[in-house]
Design a protein around this ligand. Structure first.
Ligand code: 1QQ
Length: 392
């Protein structure tokens, strides 16, 4: 019965050229494999991040589905859509139908605040791979995050902007008021701006679904800003950048975590050029684990992995290695599911992991300890291709 469950990777995966996903998944799971839930946005605006996550997942599947040693993983993917209701549905299916040992996801913090309490009540560990808002690990004992919070990442982009323009003084900050990540990150940016002695002249709000920013931008430009800071998701953020440049803004643009996907490039095209964005991953990170990940990714997709792909891969790695450590003490299959989930959680929280993101560990409260961050500048080429160029 298990093998008959649909485990294809869906339309988003097929659009990415991941045609092999369904063939691979139609094989029955390896003996003793543990069902791992993935709640990833395949539909709606967050699928701009979800596509990158699916790509990272493909590489994780190749490594962890049938490992030479250790516990095999049976990947259970659910579309968590782009809103809270869809994420809650995905979690309920993963918990009640697929009886997963843990869930990686959902894509957005906004969704995590709705869905994570469901897993917490069911005693199912959640590993957040892309939730950066304040308060995610605090949602419960079973909630752990691998995505470094805005509080430690975002200020680095302000520091980089000041280096690029030491004369800069006047800053306008913009954020999506109906998105939890944007609200949380803008607090961090605003504090970083003030701490740097810059002049925060205006704070502006909009809705994620907005696409016409002319009014907002004309008010912003009246402030004669040297730096504009955007806490946005990918589509709204890309549109904001495009319209800022079209309306004549020539100063620096700092983007938040929502700009960490190449899927922004088609939205603002040439006008994406120059956006400054702090990152938790660099494809150039020099370690055997990252080299292997990057090579596999490049062989499959013909481009460098992005942060969201690396975070999903690393999240699967954390679960796989934790399951292995549980399994060394006692075969996981002998543990009843509630105990298996608890043992997995304990193992996750007490391990250290050599991932493509670098060395990771977690606090007892489930917050990630990550050592290294980066700041990149988006560079657009005349042919419309773009790149994240690391700043020194
Ligand atoms: C969050 C984010 C988004 C930009 C992830 C895709 O950081 O929702 O927390």
């Amino acid at each position: 019965f298990q093998a008959a469950l649909p485990r294809c990777f869906g339309l988003a995966a097929l659009a990415l050229g991941l045609a092999t996903a369904c063939q691979e998944s139609s094989a029955p799971p390896a003996a003793g494999s543990q069902p791992l839930g993935l709640a990833i946005a395949q539909t709606g605006n967050a699928s701009l991040f979800g596509q990158e996550q699916l790509a990272g997942l493909q590489i994780a599947k190749a490594v962890f589905e049938r490992p030479a040693t250790g516990v095999p993983i049976d990947f259970r993917l659910q579309d968590s859509g782009s809103d809270e209701a869809s994420a809650i549905n995905a979690f309920q299916t993963l918990i009640n139908v697929n009886e997963v040992v843990a869930i990686i996801g959902p894509t957005l913090s906004q969704q995590a605040f709705g869905a994570d309490p469901i897993a917490e009540r069911a005693g199912v560990p959640v590993l957040a791979a892309s939730n950066t808002a304040k308060g995610i690990p605090e949602l419960g004992q079973f909630i752990v995050r691998l995505s470094a919070p805005a509080a430690v990442v975002a200020p680095q982009a302000i520091a980089a902007a000041r280096k690029l323009n030491p004369q800069a003084q006047r800053v306008v900050v913009v954020y999506a008021q109906d998105d939890a990540y944007s609200r949380s990150e803008t607090e961090v940016f605003q504090k970083a701006v003030k701490d740097a002695g810059l002049n925060l002249t205006l704070v502006q709000r909009y809705q994620v679904s907005d696409s016409d920013f002319q009014g907002l931008i004309s008010q912003a430009l009246q402030q004669k800003p040297d730096i504009i800071v955007l806490s946005s998701l990918a589509a709204d953020g890309g549109n904001l950048v495009r319209q800022l440049r079209e309306l004549g803004y020539g100063g620096l643009i700092v983007g938040g975590n929502g700009f960490n996907t190449p899927n922004v490039f088609p939205v603002c095209q040439q006008r994406c050029d120059g956006i400054i964005v702090a990152q938790t991953y660099s494809p150039n990170f020099d370690s055997p684990v990252n080299k292997d990940f990057r090579q596999r990714y490049e062989a499959q997709f013909g481009k460098q992995p992005s942060q969201f792909s690396a975070q999903i891969f690393s999240a699967v790695q954390v679960i796989a290695e934790s399951l292995n450590r549980v399994n060394q003490k006692q075969p996981v299959v002998d543990l009843p599911l509630p105990e298996r989930r608890k043992a997995l959680l304990q193992a996750m929280l007490t391990g250290t992991y050599d991932t493509p993101l670098g060395r990771l560990s977690f606090t007892p409260g489930g917050e990630v300890n990550q050592e290294q961050f980066y700041v990149a500048r988006i560079r657009m080429k005349p042919d419309g291709q773009g790149d994240f160029e690391l700043l020194p």
